[in-house]
Design a protein around this ligand. Structure first.
Ligand code: ZN
Ligand code: ZN
Length: 194
């Protein structure tokens, strides 16, 4: 029987009573070595590199086991693939970039669930508030600032198009009861706007 392994991944598995297997070790090690928030795709690549093979299904299964055991946390920003991380138990939140999907941790001010108090709990026993901040990361902000002059021009051009496309006050539909006078007014209105 293997004893006193210095591998922290193996120690973590033992601590929660999980058998130490090559795929579990590979996933935990990949999580510790790569980006702090890893997708299944990234992890499958890392596991294959380490073990020589490894199916996506195996990685999924390992991740479910590790998540259930509390060694790994899964987060699911809306519309993005699920991400896995080793930072567990502190109820930290995340900020996600709308432009490039970059993600960063945001410490929880309280450090425990739920850190937000519902104005009205509707009689539920609430144990968690899932908080995801959305915005733009520094890199995307810098890129946007760099091309902001260009963007302004585009926006202005678009604004003019908008005005032109906007329907005049009483656009007459085929078969509508708009009188010719109303149509006339609409046309005048449009002319004035342009
Ligand atoms: Zn970004
Ligand atoms: Zn995180």
């Amino acid at each position: 029987m293997e004893r006193g392994s210095p591998d922290p991944a193996a120690a973590a598995l033992r601590r929660v009573g999980l058998r130490v297997t090559a795929s579990r070790l590979a996933v935990l090690t990949a999580l510790g070595a790569g980006a702090p928030h890893a997708s299944v795709e990234m992890l499958v690549g890392a596991v294959r590199e380490r073990l020589g093979d490894g199916s996506a299904q195996t990685v999924y299964n390992v991740l479910r086991t590790l998540t259930d055991a509390g060694l790994v946390r899964r987060i699911e920003p809306a519309g993005r693939p699920g991400l896995y991380e080793l930072r567990v138990g502190d109820n930290h939140h995340h900020v996600v970039c709308r432009s490039c999907d970059a993600i960063a941790d945001v410490d929880c001010a309280v450090g425990d669930t739920p850190c937000l108090t519902a104005a009205d709990d509707s009689g539920y026993e609430i144990d968690e508030a899932e908080v995801i901040f959305w915005g733009r990361c520094p890199a995307c902000l810098a890129a946007m600032a760099g091309s902001s002059a260009e963007l302004n021009q585009v926006d202005r051009a678009r604004g003019v198009q908008h005005q032109l496309a906007e329907p005049a006050v009483a656009t007459a539909q085929p078969g509508s009861s708009a009188t010719s006078h109303q149509k006339e007014t609409a046309r005048e209105e449009k002319d004035r706007r342009v």
